[in-house]
Design a binder for this molecule. Structure first.
Ligand code: BGC
Length: 733
């Protein structure tokens, strides 16, 4: 039964009430005829025989003295058998408390939701509505008694992260009629969610909504890439004036909606887009003087947020929407710059722990439905890396305490699979690359990375012995990696792809003497062989941009970022992408080519780090020490970024012309920063902060509030500052 109800009597006025609902299956809580709160698709998806989440709702304003009704609508969601635990805790005037708990005295019946499925959609027959069912005084004599079932094993845990909500409502860009009776709406944006429908007509009329990311030239929707997801909602009218409906227990990933069976000609406002995802708070912003990069930021944001559905999903349209860990780890830093991900990842790390077995293995997807156990090492690395990012960016040491043992167990598992010091098994490796890199190179790189991160975690937690053991192990892997993959003839690793050379360079695994050679090979490959384009898959792409910037070639990174020919982000944008694609290639046929796949959005953190210049200072966590080092390259003459950190807003905004550089920074209270301002070829430099001189021909002018020092650096000036707003201007001739 997909509707449940129970009535109860309250003797007094309610001062405070909480409702706790743990659903195995989606549920919508209603009190006295009203939906409680704004969440949808509650609760979060977990490995529920390990950890089932309960959601806490503030029910205070919904109850009254006298008779009350609690009612729920239920949907399958990601769960096998629907079951529910409801607990109302009510405080009454005078301090008395009252509790209502789900049991066999509750009644159930099947309501108007005839079918609901995450992938396939929802069918709602409004003729089956029973008005008043969720209010007191309804005659439920023909309803059946709820069946009491055993709960899942494992723990019951509070859902602590933001819930999924309808975060935004958008209106269609246009409506066309490619065939009689068939109307197609272009929402102008690929997103996750559903449509709110407005309709008037005869009872029993069935209006069908079908969803797609793509459209054919003839104006009909193209659903070839949805694979097994039916992505179809049906609303059957009750025939009672204007009817406004939206589904509850499904969601779609789409830009286009096809409406058929609609009585008469629908108006443009017959549909509205409801943007649905985990309501993480946006905390970042980035903009600059290069339009293609602003478009890139925009499609990253849309792709990222619409793939937060209590877990980080790979996509939101086809029959997948899985917590693929490779995608999750690749985009984590980008997500952290753009959104408050602290509670989201705290939950996801528990999700990962929940799939870990006694041997220490984890899985490609979390919760585990698709993919393998053990995970591809480039996917499994999500466990150590996301824990480490959360610690670095949010300064949350508890996350390390909570997951240290799990991460160690995972690393120890990898170690059992090592051959000659390297871990070689791999399924995906540098996934969806243009030039393929051998998977074992990628796996061995992550073996090194994981061990190194574990050693650092041990250091933070004061586990000296482990820090030493894993530090030494990391050293041995590094040597083994070089021995196995380095080819002195080609001055390259393995087959010399961009990824094969970028990975060891990124983690400083290349012996000093060989570094220049490998770097040269990488540079030649990008610039001469590929005309400043990437040929990397999701793994190489994650590290290469940052590597180029850290190696002093931000101009090349910028060339890559601003390309508009294949393969590049700009190519997606030029071809109409409103979210990132799964592939560098433009494909619109069947099978694997999602048009909303956030994984190539890892470049998002580079926009902040390199172009806005916002970085954690080396060795610092939680933005206690910040490094502001904007890369003012090529034709870029302005960039601005800000991100709200645990300490407050960090912001950097710069502009320049031939004679001067302006840089405004905000450093939160309790933090300090080093700021690098480039001087280009300018001479006779004067640096001012506000209206005071901080540097001129005499050198550093001490004594200014908030400025600790100004010194010359290789390409400009290094200024050390405390918290506050600083407005620098460097001038010269
Ligand atoms: C998913 C990817 C995932 C990959 C792993 C695909 O089906 O959509 O994003 O990482 O499989 O092979």
């Amino acid at each position: 039964k997909n509707q449940l109800r129970k009535e109860f009597e309250l003797g007094k006025r309610v001062t405070r009430a909480r409702a706790y609902v743990c659903g195995l299956g989606y549920s919508e809580l209603r009190l006295n005829g009203r939906k409680v709160g704004r969440n949808v698709l509650d609760p979060a998806w977990t490995t529920y025989d390990k950890r089932a989440l309960y959601v806490t709702y503030d029910a205070t304003g919904y109850l009254q003295p006298g008779r009350n009704a609690v009612a729920l609508m239920l949907g399958q969601g990601w769960f096998k058998d629907i079951a529910l635990l409801v607990h109302l805790k009510i405080e009454l005037e005078g301090g008395e408390t009252f509790e209502v708990v789900s049991d066999a005295s509750w009644k159930g019946q099947d309501g108007p939701i005839v079918m609901s499925s995450v992938y396939n959609g929802e069918t709602y027959d409004a003729r089956l509505e029973t008005p008043g069912w969720d209010r007191p005084g309804y005659d439920d004599g023909r309803w059946v008694a709820a069946e009491v079932v055993a709960g899942p094993k494992g723990v019951l845990s509070a859902q602590m992260m933001p819930a999924i909500q309808v975060v935004d409502t958008i209106v269609p860009l246009k409506m066309t009629c490619p065939k009689p009776g068939v109307h197609v709406y272009d929402m102008g944006q690929n997103f996750s969610g559903w449509i709110q429908l407005r309709v008037r007509g005869q009872p029993g009329t069935a209006v069908k909504l079908r969803f797609a990311e793509l459209i054919y030239d003839n104006g009909m929707i193209n659903r070839e890439n949805l694979r097994g997801a039916r992505a179809e909602d049906v609303y059957i009218l009750k025939g009672d004036g204007e009817e406004i409906w939206e589904p509850r227990f499904t969601y779609h990933g789409f830009r286009y909606v096809e409406l058929s069976g609609y009585p008469g000609v629908p108006a443009v406002n017959a549909v509205k887009g409801r943007v649905v995802h985990t309501a993480v708070e946006p905390t970042g912003s980035f903009a600059c003087s290069k339009p293609v990069l602003n478009s890139l930021q925009r499609i990253i944001i849309w792709g990222q947020k619409t793939n937060l559905h209590s877990i980080p999903t790979d996509c939101c349209q086809r029959d997948e929407r899985m917590g693929w860990m490779g995608d999750a780890q690749g985009t984590a830093e980008e997500a952290i710059y753009n959104f408050d991900m602290s509670a989201f990842y705290a939950n996801f790390l528990r999700d990962i722990r929940d799939v870990q077995d006694e041997k220490g293995t984890i899985t490609d997807t979390v919760p585990h439905i698709w993919g393998s156990r053990p995970a591809d090492p480039a996917w499994g690395t999500a466990y150590p890396l996301i824990a480490w990012y959360v610690y670095q960016y949010y300064g949350d040491r508890r996350v390390l305490e909570e997951h240290y043992d799990g991460v160690k167990k995972y690393v120890e598992f990898l170690r059992t699979r090592a051959e000659n010091g390297l871990v070689k098994f791999s399924y995906y490796g540098d996934w969806v690359a243009v030039d393929r890199t051998p998977g074992d190179v990628v796996s061995s790189f992550y073996y090194y990375y994981d061990v190194k991160v574990l050693a650092e975690m041990a250091k933070v937690l004061g586990k000296e012995a482990d820090a030493k053991i894993y530090g030494e192990l990391a050293g041995a892997i590094k040597l083994a990696f070089h021995r196995e993959y380095y080819d002195p003839k080609t001055r390259s690793y393995a087959n010399g792809t961009q990824t094969a050379n970028a990975l060891p360079l990124f983690l400083d695994m290349v012996p000093e003497a060989e570094r220049g050679g490998v770097w040269g090979s990488l540079f030649d490959n990008i610039v001469y062989k590929n005309n400043s384009h990437l040929t990397t898959g999701i793994i190489g792409t994650k590290y290469i941009m940052e590597l180029l910037t850290n190696s002093g070639t931000s101009d090349l990174a910028y060339d890559i970022a601003t390309q508009t020919t294949y393969p590049s982000w700009g190519y997606m944008i030029e071809n109409g992408a409103t979210t990132l694609w799964e592939l560098w290639e433009l494909r619109e046929g069947p099978s694997m080519n999602s048009h909303n796949h956030p994984m190539f959005g890892s470049v998002g953190s580079w926009l902040y780090k390199a172009l806005a210049g916002i970085n954690l200072a080396a060795g610092s966590v939680g933005f206690e020490k910040i490094r502001i080092a904007p890369q003012m390259v090529r034709d870029l003459h302005h960039a601005a970024g800000s991100t709200r950190t645990v300490r407050g807003e960090v912001s950097s905004s710069w502009s320049r012309d031939g004679q001067s550089v302006n840089l405004d920074v905000i450093i939160p209270v309790g933090s300090e920063a080093e700021v690098i301002i480039p001087k280009f070829n300018l001479e006779n430099i004067v640096i001012t902060e506000g209206d005071q001189i901080a540097w001129d021909v005499r050198g550093y002018q001490a004594g200014m509030q908030g400025i600790q020092s100004v010194e010359k650096a290789p390409t400009g000036f290094l200024i050390k500052i405390g918290s506050g707003r600083h407005s620098f201007r460097l001038r010269g001739d």
